[in-house]
Structure formats: structure tokens, C-alpha cells
Write a protein that binds this ligand. Structure first.
Ligand SMILES: [Zn+2]
Length: 354
């Protein structure tokens, strides 16, 4: 993200221009898109289930605003599937690409918008990770970690829709948020050990998003998860990444652990669930209070053990052992520990993950 100019690398911060969080506001999508860029035609990328849920309101609103549209159903986020999908969407000759859905549809739309150099708008229908407002996407079969694409030009959140999504998704979002406290500590390590750029503002913003969950989890446990608070924290985390110019403030060793599991045991656990469990173990390695991480996750209803997500001890140990190698240039606490399967099992047992 940095361009050299007279020997000094420029730091580029690309931020979303308009973020709207409301209740029952999906019917305003036409007005929202119009205020962003007055598109004449948009490509809508969503999943079958989500489309059924919102189609009527979205189509009515777009028609009222005089915006033409083409629907696309996203299913597969592999590199090859995205390539084919991209060719199809390219033929729409639309002015904007809108991702409507949970993680996958938003990710696919974001990647394609970036490749086709068109503005991208994010309309999340669940809050399971911080990709809602960040420029990062996870693509299956490409790099083992997330890659940089377009920052959304706009983000439209309808809380009423997110409330209807399974609770497990929201709890997973909390796992992705507490991970920021591990990521920021790793970033500080990178700064101290390798002289890597460290952005204090981005780091503080990411930590703040995590602390909102850490500090309120007791209330969430009693009164239920506060959708608005979690969504706002996830958006702030995404913005922290935009400001950092990399996923650094929101992705450390716990994310490498999650990416290793994506590779070794695809389909086991949600992204935020794996990051949450990874955070408990990395907290111990970093000398942070791992019990606080575990208690917070338990309070919000997120898994704290391998068993809860159907992960066996052998795969867990392997994931911890290979995690750092997936992204050797990213300095994390795992650089300082020669992780072996034996040490991995000891770590998992000592933090009650196993
Ligand atoms: Zn994440």
C-alpha cells in the first residue's frame, strides 16, 4: 500500500466515505447508493437465502431511485470460481458492485470490484467478522491469509436484518474483535524487534473495538448481545485496518492459527470462532491474562475449546506448529517460540482449549 516518493514511502489510508447503521433501513438502499455515486446500474452479489429475504425491498427501492440492477448469486469463493464470476459480472457494465450478505458474498463482491476497478458497497446481513468495512478478503486457494482489495465506498447496515441472523455469527464477530488485542501486541513486537512501522492511532482504535467487548461481556451474558455495539466495533476495527494500511491491527498470531485451520480442516469452525480460541492461547504466550479472553468469549456465547468446534488435538497441534510459516514476514509471538506439536498440546491444555 506504500508508494515510494523521493525515497520516503507514502502511507495511504483509504477509508469508507459513508457508513449508515439503522433499523429497518434496507428499503433506503436506493437513496443510499444514489448519495454515494449516483450509479445508473449496479451488480448485486448475494446468497440465495439472503436474496429471498431482502429482494422485494431492495428492488423497490432501487427502482424508485431509478437504478437498474442485476442479481448474482455467489456460492464458491475459490480463485477459479471468482474468475468465472468476474467475467459474468463484467458483462453487466454496471457502475457499482454491491455485496449483500454474510461474509462470503461481501468478500467475493469486494474482490471482484477491486479487479474490475469499480466502486464497492458493503451491505452485511450478519456480523461475524470485521471484513464488513475493511479492504481485506479471504479467498480460498489463493494466499493462506487475507489479501488486500477495495475499501468499501459505503457501508449500509440494517440492524433488524442482523438481529435475525443466527446468534452464533454474532458471537463469532466478538471472537474476531477480541483478537485485536493479540494482534496489536504482536504489532508492537514487530515494531520493537524488526523496526516495522507501527501506527499508534490505528492500534488504539483496534484495541478500543476489542475492549468494548471485553468490558461489556458480563452485561451481554445477562441481557443478550447488543447487535449495534458489536456492529459498530466491527466497523471501527475495519476502519483501523484502513488507517494502518494493512490488516496488522486486527490480525496477529491468532489469525495465523485460524488460517492454518482453514488449510488443515476446512469447514471446521467459523473465522471469528477460530480467532477467539487462538486468542486464548496466544494471550498466554504473550503474557496477557488468557482467562479474561476465555471468560469474555464464554460470556458472549463463543466457543473456548477445540471440542466445541469439532477440532481434534492432532490438527490443533499441527495448526499451531505451521501457523507462523504461513506468513513469515509478519512478526508475531510465534516467532519467539519454537512451536512443536508437544509444546502446542501443552499450551492448549494449560489454557483449557483441550
Ligand atoms: Zn478476522
Amino acid at each position: 500500500m506504500a508508494k515510494k516518493h523521493d525515497g520516503v514511502p507514502s502511507h495511504i489510508m483509504e477509508l469508507p466515505r459513508l457508513i449508515v447503521i439503522g433499523n429497518n433501513n434496507i428499503g433506503d438502499v436506493g437513496k443510499f447508493l444514489k448519495s454515494l455515486d449516483s450509479p445508473k446500474k449496479v451488480s448485486l452479489v448475494s446468497g440465495t437465502h439472503v436474496k429471498k429475504l431482502i429482494q422485494k425491498k431492495v428492488e423497490q427501492s432501487l427502482s424508485e431511485s431509478g437504478i437498474k440492477f442485476v442479481w448474482h448469486i455467489a456460492s464458491d469463493n475459490s480463485v477459479n470460481a471468482i474468475k468465472k464470476f468476474q467475467t459474468k459480472i463484467g458483462k453487466d457494465s454496471s457502475h457499482m458492485i454491491v455485496g449483500v450478505g454474510g461474509g462470503r458474498s461481501v468478500d467475493i463482491a469486494k474482490m471482484i470490484a477491486f479487479n474490475l476497478k469499480r466502486p464497492f458497497v458493503s451491505i452485511p446481513t450478519s456480523a461475524s467478522h470485521d471484513g464488513i468495512a475493511s479492504p481485506f478478503v479471504s479467498i480460498r486457494g489463493d494466499k493462506p491469509h487475507s489479501v488486500v482489495a477495495s475499501t468499501p465506498l459505503g457501508v449500509l447496515v440494517d440492524i433488524a436484518i442482523i438481529k435475525k441472523a443466527p446468534k452464533r455469527l454474532l458471537a463469532s464477530g466478538c471472537g474476531d474483535l477480541v483478537a485485536n488485542l493479540i494482534a496489536v501486541r504482536d504489532w508492537e513486537l514487530g515494531r520493537d524487534k524488526t523496526g516495522e512501522y507501527f501506527g499508534r492511532y490505528a492500534a488504539n482504535l483496534a484495541s478500543m473495538s476489542a475492549n468494548i467487548i471485553m468490558e461489556n461481556s458480563g452485561i451481554f451474558a445477562k441481557k443478550g448481545l447488543d447487535v449495534r455495539v458489536i456492529v459498530e466495533a466491527l466497523i471501527s476495527a475495519g476502519v483501523a485496518s484502513c488507517i494502518a494500511g494493512s490488516s496488522r491491527p486486527c490480525s496477529g498470531a491468532e489469525h495465523l492459527f485460524s488460517h492454518a485451520l482453514d488449510k488443515l480442516a476446512p469447514g471446521v469452525g467459523l473465522h471469528g470462532e477460530k480467532c477467539g480460541i487462538g486468542s486464548i492461547m496466544m494471550a498466554k504466550l504473550q503474557g496477557q491474562d488468557w482467562k479474561k479472553f476465555a471468560n469474555t468469549l464464554r460470556d458472549v456465547g463463543a466457543p473456548t475449546s477445540a471440542k466445541e468446534i469439532g477440532l481434534d488435538s492432532k490438527t490443533l497441534a499441527k495448526a499451531l506448529t505451521i501457523a507462523q510459516d504461513l506468513r513469515p514476514e509478519r512478526y508475531t509471538i510465534l516467532k519467539e517460540i519454537k512451536m512443536t506439536p508437544k509444546k502446542a498440546i501443552e499450551l492448549a491444555k494449560s489454557t483449557r482449549v483441550l
